[in-house]
Ligand binder design. Sequence first.
Ligand code: HEM
Length: 473
Amino acid sequence: MAHSPPIPPSAAAVPPLRTIPGSYGWPVVGPIADRLNYFWFRGPEKFFRKRMEKYKSPVFRTNVPPTFPFFAGVNPNVVMVLDCKSYAHLFDTEIADKKDTLLGDFMPSVGFNGDLRMCAYQDVLEPKHAQIKKFIMAILKRGTKVWTTELKVNLDEMWTTLETDISSKGSATLFSPLQHCLLKLLLKSYVGADVSETAPDLAKSGPTIINTWFALQVRPTIAINVIQPLEEIFVHSFRYPSFLARPGYNKLANFIKTQGHDVVQLGVTEYGLTEEEAIHNLLFVLAFNSFEGFTLFIPKLLTRLLSDSTLQEKLRVEARQNGGTELTFTSFKQMPLIQSFVYETLRLEPPVPTQFARARKDFTLSSSEASYKVKKGELLCGYQPLVMRDPTIFDDPESFKPDRFLGEKGAELLNYLYWSNGPETGSASHSNKQCAGKEYVTVTGSLFVAHLLRRYDSISGEGSTIKAVEKAK
Ligand code: HEM
């Protein structure tokens, strides 16, 4: 079992015992009312914030979607943990059972993943979890050799496409060029294959295939802001069948099977996986964790840069003075302000906002103010955007402070930066559930920022739409 992560200083004494406030409401009616508030009337953040204020507690009972009428068997009841101290229980493998809790009590059909339960759905006590996680970490290590060079080549290509779009249309949107860049980077680094050369059709259609496959799995749990009540009726009311994604998914799985022979065999011979387990887990990590993770995260960095030209200039100076001539894995450490900017973006806009775990046994859960009895089998739910604004840990928590994580105080705060399902100071291992790609995410985010600031003397726009770029002279 892994050690528990550091807990906030105020945790030294056990705070007074309190009954968990909140209720699940009337059967059927309570969960439906909560679902409508969550998706329609308030949105997740306001939904949780209002309750936290109502109960004057970061720990309370509520329902989270998906719920009735067509999700029979899915129990929406959760105990929310919304400050740093209570949320940290989710990382304690003595208490937190993560079996099939990636999306709460709801789990998409295993038909999406070759009829197998992927690593992210397995608890640390399941022997397969350690085998697969070690395999994934070995794939990443192998890919390190090419990661930064491939990243640079593909980012250059992506920016050239964006520049062409700006000259022809007056503006360009990051989304599609970024996804093509990511697909090529990930297939080269994890599978060792150049998809543009070996399967040009797949290079073109890959992003749409992955987006469709991903959306069909997660949509019942995520707001997409189309016109209501259409979203509630058509998007949040039923499970999507996996056959809808299968033709595209099979193309990607076959690509890995034929082009990734060496890496698949590594899984079989070194980690005791079957060929099918190696292929489907590799595809899940590539498509679900990495491709969709970076698709959510990288645009947030760009949006922050576009929104503040003074900050952009400050970071540009650092990117040009530090980090070496070629950007590498170690450049990250030589650009502390960019590093801190990346951490602050992850703090305020964690790309995977919600985490769950089931109580393995009866235990006492502590928040910064009180302690609560939790029963074995109850589902804990953390919502990071609020946890990462815990005023007992972060000064002026609502403000974006790009230099927050600098210096000794900043280093201490990294103990409470939880975007990766564990503290930023922790490390992923086969005996915990921390994100296997944690280091790659922060390094890649920093290199994305440094690369663009070195390439352009100025870049302007809004959100992830770029209106003008001025190339470095
Ligand atoms: C911005 C990108 C990413 C974000 C925000 C992110 C975030 C997370 C989070 C929050 C979890 C925990 C989920 C849970 O249990 O509730 C997780 C798990 C995981 N992530 Fe990432 N991740 C990202 C990229 C990656 C990459 C590049 C990899 C590549 C290896 C990766 C591999 C994994 C794996 C294998 C797990 C499951 C760990 C386990 O079961 O022990 N992730 N990630």
